[in-house]
Design a protein around this ligand. Structure first.
Ligand code: AGP
Length: 608
């Protein structure tokens, strides 16, 4: 979603701000802008569309100055256009904003009644007016921002620049991420770490209800209520190189190929093969707590929801603990029944998804203990949870989640095995065998990735299909759902995933010779039943793409076959997912879509 960067320092900053915004492009956006203080006034450059358009504008009409703010906008209030792009200016004040001001209608009415004229459709412009009006009453910038914040309801991360205060930027946040960093005599703020990695890896995460005044002397943190805040910096593990494309045509392709390493990093230091146990401190659940759990409630959205579904299968199978999986967006607005003894697991790549964060808070409000499975260090969900199991997938830039998904699967496997051992549902021998196989999965993923060229050829046959179905049973069911989600989000091909057993209950009506059906057929107890589903598809002339462990499986039935290495049935999703990701990638690439930044989507969904 929207991205923010702010800079106060010794260097001319217009280009620096655009370079920072470029690192946030992956979040999804439709317009961009910068506002720079040139010593006497605030100069704004904004453009609809890609950053290259803003870059051209700034090249044509340069802006001088060493203090500035920048923004990439993902439209919520008002269409993507130059007039709705940030920064928004009112009088002496320029503002960039992520999030949604929920009471914007009433505030706008009030401000218009007071003679304020609005030039955009955005909720953000209200913030600029409120700060400007407070400064007109004589407040200095930080006090004017504080005054404005008291009026706002909703989610915000803001950065504010004022004509009368050329050396200062004030930032604040509530329910939208914001980090502050000090580097080489400069102070920066950003909505997301990659924007500032070129300057430093030491960052200060702001908490909800906090603000910071940035000057060349440093960053002064305080609460909106005015209490001073002392915060030690966090060192970010990710490097700038990890956030580069590294020779691949797209980030998504690079990230698909990074999966073996992502899984190795996620398992490292967490598995004790000899004893068949997992490191409880690393997993984030003590053995005692694992033993006391009566039920697990998994909360997530999108791809992370599919990983949570997989977690449910494994928790029931390996730990014999009842488990339910819930869409966070539904859970937060129901009146969920949370009992003492429930363990809630919130799964999120970004750690910032608004629905998942709100669902987590709802669960905590009901007294549940919450474990977060997240990829982004210091993210809101990580900070709000009682324990954190980090997936160490590294920065994921492509909007379509790939390596973070399989890292989440690995994390789920660790949680299930850990809880299985703690609850004596798994013997040491079985756990040792499972863990021994789990650590071999990355190598098998490497072999699966060798199918890239064959999948690319299959994609040629499928590139003009308008629809596709994905079928799987058991642990392969979430893989089928994920395969369909990947295809639709980056190639815009309509795709649905189903449990194989559901075919006869409706989707079979869609099958004819134009319908490709991707069938997950790893060697597991549901293989025979899945082969019956394949027969049903073939009987209706459907074209089958079979993902198998043995090339002979379904050989006479499938039009296309992709063979991937065999593993323990519990872990097959980590491997069978790979050809599905590659298929989506190649179909999308051949259709010429914007693979890394698909239309209408954002990487980090910080609004409901
Ligand atoms: C994944 O490809 C999607 N972009 C999306 O479904 C994503 O998984 C979802 O928005 C949840 O995000 P999170 O993992 O950051 O919470």
């Amino acid at each position: 979603m929207c991205g923010i960067i702010a800079y106060v320092g010794p260097r001319p900053c217009a280009q620096l701000l655009i370079d920072g915004l470029r690192k946030l492009e992956y979040r999804g956006y439709d317009s961009a802008g910068v506002a720079v203080h040139d010593g006497s006034s605030i100069v704004v450059r904004r453009a609809a569309g890609k950053l290259s358009t803003l870059q051209d504008l700034v090249d044509r009409e340069p802006v001088a100055g060493t203090v500035g703010i920048g923004h990439t906008r993902w439209a919520t209030h008002g269409p993507p256009s130059e007039r709705n792009a940030h920064p928004h200016v009112a009088g002496r004040v320029a503002v960039v904003h992520n999030g949604i001001i929920e009471n914007h209608v009433e505030l706008k009415q009030r401000l218009e009644a007071q003679g304020r004229v609005f030039t955009s459709d955005t909720d953000t412009e209200i913030v600029a007016h409120l700060v400007d009006m407070a400064m007109a009453r004589g407040l200095v910038l930080v006090e004017a921002v504080r005054d404005a914040l008291r009026e706002l309801r909703g989610a915000y991360a803001i950065a504010v620049l004022a004509k009368d205060d050329p050396e200062t930027i004030v930032v604040a946040k509530y329910a939208s991420p914001l980090v502050v960093a000090i580097a080489d005599g400069a102070v920066l703020a950003a909505s997301d770490v990659p924007a500032i990695l070129a300057h430093t890896r030491e960052v200060l995460f702001l908490e909800d209800g906090e603000m910071a005044t940035l000057t060349r002397a440093g960053a002064k943190l305080e609460t909106v209520a005015g209490e001073a805040v002392e915060r030690a910096p966090t060192t970010i593990r990710w490097s700038l190189v990890q956030a580069e494309r590294g020779g691949f045509k797209h980030f998504m392709l690079k990230e698909i190929h990074e999966q073996p390493r992502a899984i190795e990093d996620t398992l490292r230091g967490r598995v004790q093969l000899e004893s068949g146990t997992c490191n409880a401190d690393e997993i984030g659940i003590s053995e005692q707590d694992a033993n006391a759990v009566q039920r697990v409630v998994l909360l997530a959205c999108g791809t992370s929801f599919h990983a949570a579904m997989y977690g449910r299968y494994l928790l029931e199978q390996l730990a014999r603990v009842p488990a339910v999986v819930e869409l966070a967006s539904e859970f937060r607005y129901r009146e969920p029944v949370i009992a003492k003894g429930d363990l809630v697991i919130a799964v999120s790549q970004s750690g910032e998804t608004a629905d998942t964060l709100a669902a987590l808070k709802e669960a905590k409000r009901h007294g549940a203990r919450v474990l977060a499975v997240v990829n982004v260090q210091g993210s809101a969900i990580a900070r709000a949870a009682d324990g954190v199991l980090y997936t160490h997938a590294g920065p994921e830039i492509g909007v379509a989640s790939t390596k973070c998904f399989t890292a989440q699967l690995a994390a789920m496997a660790l949680v299930a095995i850990h809880m299985g051992r703690a609850r004596n549902a798994l013997t040491a021998e079985r756990a040792t065998a499972l863990l021994g196989e789990l650590v071999k999965v990355p190598e098998k993923m490497r072999h699966a990735l060798e199918q890239d060229a064959s999948v690319q050829l299959i994609a040629r046959d499928l590139v003009s299909s308008q629809n596709a179905l994905f079928l799987g049973r058991g642990v392969s069911c979430p893989v089928a759902l994920e395969g369909a989600l990947k295809l639709k989000e980056i190639s815009y091909v309509h795709a649905e995933g189903y449990a194989g057993g559901e075919m006869k209950h409706g989707p079979l009506a869609l099958v004819d010779r134009t319908m490709p059906v991707v069938c997950l057929l790893p060697d597991d107890p549901s293989l025979e039943k899945m082969l019956s589903n394949v027969q049903e598809v073939r009987a209706r002339d459907g074209r089958v793409l079979a993902v198998v462990n043995d090339a002979h499986t379904a050989a006479s039935l499938a039009q296309w076959t992709i063979t991937v290495p065999r593993t323990e049935p519990e872990f097959s999703p980590l491997i069978t997912t790979i050809p599905l990701q590659l298929l989506s990638y190649h179909v999308a690439d051949q259709r010429g879509t914007d693979v890394d930044q698909p239309r209408n989507l954002a990487k980090t969904v910080t609004v409901e």
